[in-house]
Design a protein around this ligand. Structure first.
Ligand SMILES: C[S@@+](CC[C@H](N)C(=O)[O-])C[C@H]1O[C@@H](n2cnc3c(N)ncnc32)[C@H](O)[C@@H]1O
Length: 313
């Protein structure tokens, strides 16, 4: 099976655009391969060791190097885990979450007692992870623009035993009026979801440059509001599950050009690659080098992009 040929057949414009970004056989081969299943153990409900002991009787587990509570999981001998049939899932002891998607809350470093804004929170895997690090002390405003997705968010927060989240349904830009308010803000932005192709080829079939441009506009609006809402000295984490430079480096560069935001290098045991500093004739600030760009072949995960931004005091 030649993955490049398969993607060319699925969506030629998609193939051509991202070949300019990464033409390696590995990029296309990993994008074609189903993503490994992974879970996060929810320490709000039980000690990590206890859940791990239960699970290791029935599954093969391998630690996710960048998250203490994260594990790749598979049934002995291979196959897929059916979370619907897993009692630990129904009890909220375990949260299925793609391994790269566990990075932004680790980078955010929320602390008990803080006030956190999760600007685009549904279905809530990162909100539950944030609550876990806060040990259910403090307050998380978990917002999503879509009411039906907010309902799923509420169900997931309940199952995970999160007691400190207040769910709101707003365009994230609304929070720009709460200037200098939040200790930390996570903007896990809506995006064209190229990284999700490993979960579902529909993200390749339905991809178009219009989708990228549509999301870029929303991301710029949201990142400015997120930065405004942040307290001086606070941390904003911007993340997407896509590889497009217009939705990643260009959005961060946009914020750097318009505000006094500073970028910080992300130090985690995760393999990344050089961020894109020039795209379609535009050059981005060299500061953008501090962001984390992950392609699927780097750690055998979905593609991801993460930026750690600080507001000076
Ligand atoms: C990448 S998903 C978030 C995933 C979530 N953070 C998690 O880890 O489970 C992006 C979310 O942004 C929401 N969204 C789209 N436009 C928005 C806007 N203008 N303001 C706030 N949320 C928005 C979508 O409904 C979607 O749920």
């Amino acid at each position: 099976m030649n993955a490049k040929e398969e993607f060319k057949k699925m969506n030629r414009a998609f193939y051509e655009r991202y070949s300019r970004l990464d033409d390696s056989d590995d990029f296309w081969a990993y994008l074609f391969k189903p993503v490994r299943q992974s879970i996060r153990i929810n320490t709000l409900k039980a000690p990590l060791e206890l859940v791990l002991e239960r699970l290791s009787e029935r599954y093969e587990l391998e630690p996710v190097p960048w998250v203490r509570e994260g594990f790749f999981i598979r049934p002995p001998g291979g196959g897929t885990v059916n979370f619907g049939e897993m009692p630990e899932y129904s009890l909220g002891l375990v949260i299925p979450q793609e391994a790269s998607s566990m990075i932004p809350p680790v980078v955010l470093e929320p602390k008990p007692g803080e006030l956190i804004l999760d600007m685009a929170a549904a279905p809530g895997s990162k909100t539950t992870q944030i609550a876990q690090y806060m040990e259910n002390e403090g307050c998380i405003i978990a917002n999503d623009a879509k009411r039906d997705r907010a309902n799923i968010l509420i169900a997931n927060l309940n199952r995970a035993g999160v007691l400190i989240a207040k769910v709101t349904v707003r365009d994230g830009a609304y929070f720009g009026r709460y200037e200098n308010t939040f200790d930390r803000v996570l903007l896990d932005a809506p995006c064209s979801s190229v990284g999700m192709v490993r979960k579902n080829f529909k993200f390749a079939y339905t991809w178009s440059i219009h989708k990228v441009l549509y999301h870029t506009r929303i991301q710029r609006k949201l990142i400015l509001a997120a930065y405004r809402a942040l307290k001086p000295g606070g941390v904003l984490v911007y993340s997407t599950c896509t590889v497009d430079p217009l939705e990643n480096e260009a959005v961060v560069d946009f914020l750097l050009q318009r505000t006094d935001a500073k970028l910080e290098k992300i130090k985690l045991p995760v393999k990344g690659r050089e961020p894109i500093l020039e795209w379609e004739g535009r050059e981005f600030s060299p500061e953008v080098k501090k962001t984390l760009r992950i392609h699927p072949q780097d750690n055998d995960t979905e593609a991801f992009f993460v930026a750690k931004i600080r507001k000076p005091r």
